[in-house]
Write a protein that binds this ligand. Structure first.
Ligand code: G3H
Ligand code: 13P
Ligand code: ZN
Length: 304
C-alpha cells in the first residue's frame, strides 16, 4: 500500500507527507508540478463533493493520467462519510480512503470504520479513520472543546477495534479560514498522549491550512470579503518532529487561486481567456505548495 509506505517512512524520518486537496484543474497541476520539482511524495485528496464536481468518468481519466507520471502520487478519498462513497472511490482507482465517522456516536463510528477496513483491506486499500470532532469555527462543537478533542485512551481502543492504518485526530485545528474562536492553539499535549497510546500508527492532522494573511489581504483588497481569517502559520512549525505524518490542506489552495484570479482580472481587465488567469493560478499554487512542503512538511528530496 503506497500510503502506508509513505506515512511510515515520514514517521520514522521526521517529516510529513503533504496531503493537498484539489478543487479544480489549476490546483491539481500546481500541486503535482511543485511536488515533482521538490522531489516530495504527495497525497492528492478528493472529497465527495469534488468527486461530484469532476464526475466519475472524468475523474477516472484524470487518475489514469496521474498513474503515468513517474512520481509517488497517492490518490486518497477525503472525508468519506458512507460505505457507498468508499466503494465508489475504490472502484474509481483510489489508493486509499478516509472513513470519517467522527460525528457519529463512538459505537457507530467503530462499526462503520470496521466495515470499511474489512472491505478496503481485502482489496489492498489503506484506510484512515477519525476520532474526535473537527468542525467549522462557529459551531457548537467548537464552543465545548473538551467534547470534541480526541481521547487518547479511546484512540487506542478505536485502532484495536477497527484496524485502521492511520488516525485523524482532533487537537485544536478546524477546517476553513477561521480556525479558532478564542485562543489559537494546537494541543500538542493531547497529541503526545495519543502518540504514547498508539506509537505505531501515523497521525493525520486535518484543518492544517496556514491561512496566510497575504492571500486574505489580496482577496479583500480586490473586492473580496473574507472576515475573521485565523490560520495555523506559526503553530505548525514543529509538527514535523511529532507522529503527525500526513497534513491536510485545502483552504490555502482555494485562497491562493482566488487571490490570483481577483488580482489578475483587476490588473488585466482586457483579458477573458481563462487560461491566462489559469496560468497565474497554477504559478500561485506552485508557490503555495512549495512553501508548505519546505517549511511545514520538510518532505523535499525524500523521493529518490
Ligand atoms: O475537509 C474538507 C475539505 O476541505 C473538503 O471540502 O467538501 O468542500 O470539497 P469540500
Ligand atoms: P483546511 O480547511 O485547513 O485546508 O483543511 C483541509 C482538510 O482537512 C481536508 O481534509
Ligand atoms: Zn479534513
Amino acid at each position: 500500500m503506497l500510503q502506508e509506505k509513505m506515512l511510515k517512512n515520514a514517521m520514522k524520518n521526521n517529516y510529513i507527507v503533504p496531503a493537498f486537496n484539489f478543487a479544480n484543474f489549476e490546483i491539481l497541476r500546481g500541486i503535482i508540478d511543485a511536488s515533482i520539482e521538490l522531489k516530495s511524495p504527495i497525497i492528492l485528496q478528493v472529497s465527495e463533493s469534488a468527486m461530484n464536481y469532476f464526475t466519475d468518468d472524468l475523474l477516472s481519466g484524470i487518475i489514469q493520467g496521474i498513474r503515468k507520471i513517474k512520481h509517488p502520487i497517492s490518490i486518497h478519498l477525503d472525508h468519506g462519510k458512507s460505505f457507498e462513497v468508499v466503494k465508489r472511490a475504490i472502484k474509481l482507482g483510489f489508493d486509499s480512503v478516509m472513513i470519517d465517522g467522527s460525528i457519529l456516536s463512538y459505537s457507530d463510528n467503530v462499526k462503520l470504520t470496521k466495515k470499511v477496513v474489512k472491505y478496503a483491506h481485502s482489496r489492498g486499500i489503506f484506510v484512515e479513520g477519525e476520532l474526535g470532532v473537527l468542525s467549522v469555527a462557529d459551531d457548537d462543537a467548537l464552543k465545548s472543546n473538551n467534547a470534541r478533542f480526541t481521547n487518547p485512551e479511546q484512540a487506542k481502543e478505536f485502532v484495536a477495534l477497527t484496524g485502521v492504518d492511520s488516525l485523524a485526530v482532533s487537537i485544536g485545528t478546524n477546517h476553513g479560514v477561521n480556525k479558532y474562536i478564542g485562543e489559537a492553539k494546537i494541543h500538542y499535549d493531547i497529541l503526545r498522549k495519543i502518540e504514547k497510546e498508539i506509537p505505531n500508527i501515523p497521525i493525520v492532522l486535518h484543518g492544517a491550512s496556514l491561512v496566510e494573511p497575504k492571500y486574505v489581504e489580496t482577496i479583500n483588497s480586490y473586492g473580496g470579503k473574507i472576515e475573521k481569517a485565523i490560520g495555523n502559520l506559526n503553530l505548525l512549525k514543529n509538527a514535523y518532529k511529532t507522529h503527525i505524518s500526513k497534513i491536510n490542506m485545502d483552504t490555502d489552495f482555494r485562497l491562493a487561486v482566488t487571490a490570483s484570479t481577483r488580482k489578475y482580472l483587476s490588473v488585466h481587465p482586457e483579458k477573458y481567456n481563462p487560461r491566462d488567469y489559469g496560468k497565474d493560478n497554477i504559478n500561485s499554487v506552485i508557490e503555495c505548495a512549495k512553501f508548505r512542503i519546505t517549511k511545514i512538511c520538510h518532505s523535499q528530496n525524500k523521493v529518490k
